[in-house]
Design a protein around this ligand. Structure first.
Ligand code: CLF
Length: 295
């Protein structure tokens, strides 16, 4: 790694609370929930709550229009000086709502150029938006990759909706995984920092995640975040009797994956409308209703 590249990297992560464990004590992020639709069905999701890809399932975020999200970003940046990152992570998939997601990022880029932009996606539609992501200077992208083997993937995803067609089973998993890995490579080639999230699902992908970690590292991921499944009511995995992993199982897996790629250990599985430092939730202070009285 040349000195310049190292400097660029340090600069990019220095105030991002998820990418730098040190930064998370001092810098805050806000998620704006502008993306309600989704283009895949994961077996850990019941579609009533926030997406478990990145955000905490079991809570319902208040969905905003792009202009409301831009306004909220400006107000909250004024109220919370540590705010450094605006992320879009749901409550569905941001790139299944491309107009809303891109209009929001564009508005923030134009009106608050010092905020970093962060995107979290299942990756199915990433390849269609690589140019836009780069043009908007979105420096951090998270892709949730729960499997790289379609045989494992078909146990996790029940269907995908891709280019106007619904796919199921093995074929769905093959397309999704192919698009995720292609998206990861394309982004890292352009110098966009990528984090991979994987949901640890005991009995489904626990023995496979080491391989996932190895492959995503080869494809350029900067950070791997293995998150424990939260088994929500009325989901396919709840019906199948899948359990949540024990803390020791999670720790053991994270240690066994950590080669020379960084493993994230401070993730707090935020809501799709989280506000504040990681681990503190100030979303209730900045609801639509409150914002109207503030401006
Ligand atoms: Fe949000 Fe995600 Fe960006 Fe962070 S959260 S879109 S990378 S700004 Fe962070 Fe929250 Fe864990 Fe996500 S602690 S759920 S890793």
């Amino acid at each position: 790694v040349s000195t310049n590249t190292r400097f660029d990297l340090d600069e990019k992560i220095s105030n991002h609370p998820c990418y730098s464990e040190d930064a998370h004590h001092y810098f805050a992020r806000m998620h704006v929930a502008v993306a309600p639709a989704c283009n895949i069905q994961c077996n850990y999701c019941n579609r009533m709550y926030d997406c478990a890809n990145e955000s905490r399932p079991g809570v319902v975020s208040e969905v905003l229009k792009p202009e409301e999200a831009v306004k909220k970003s400006l107000v909250v940046a004024g109220e919370i000086p540590q705010l450094s990152v605006i992320g879009i992570a749901g409550p569905g998939d941001p790139l299944a709502n491309p107009e809303k997601t891109l209009a929001t990022f564009k508005g923030i880029r134009e009106q608050a150029s010092d905020l970093r932009l962060c995107l979290s996606t299942n990756g199915l539609k990433l390849m269609d938006y690589i140019d836009e992501i780069q043009a908007l200077d979105i420096e951090h992208v998270t892709i949730t990759i729960n499997a790289i083997d379609p045989e494992v993937g078909k146990e996790i995803y029940s269907w995908i909706y891709y280019n106007g067609k619904r796919y199921k089973g093995l074929e769905a998993a093959e397309i999704l995984i192919r698009q995720q890995l292609a998206g990861l490579e394309a982004l890292t080639e352009r110098g966009i920092l990528c984090k991979v999230n994987s949901v640890l699902i005991p009995g489904v992908n626990d023995l496979h995640l080491k391989e996932v970690s190895k492959v995503v590292k080869e494809k350029g991921a900067f950070l791997h975040n293995i998150m424990p499944i939260i088994v929500a009511e009325d989901t396919e995995f709840a019906r199948r009797g899948i359990r949540e992993p024990l803390a020791e199982e999670l720790n053991e897996l994270r240690s066994s994956c950590s080669g020379d790629m960084k493993m994230m250990k401070h993730c707090r599985q935020c809501r799709a409308d989280a506000v504040g430092l990681l681990g503190e939730d100030r979303s209730e202070e900045f609801t639509k209703e409150h914002l109207e009285t503030m401006t």
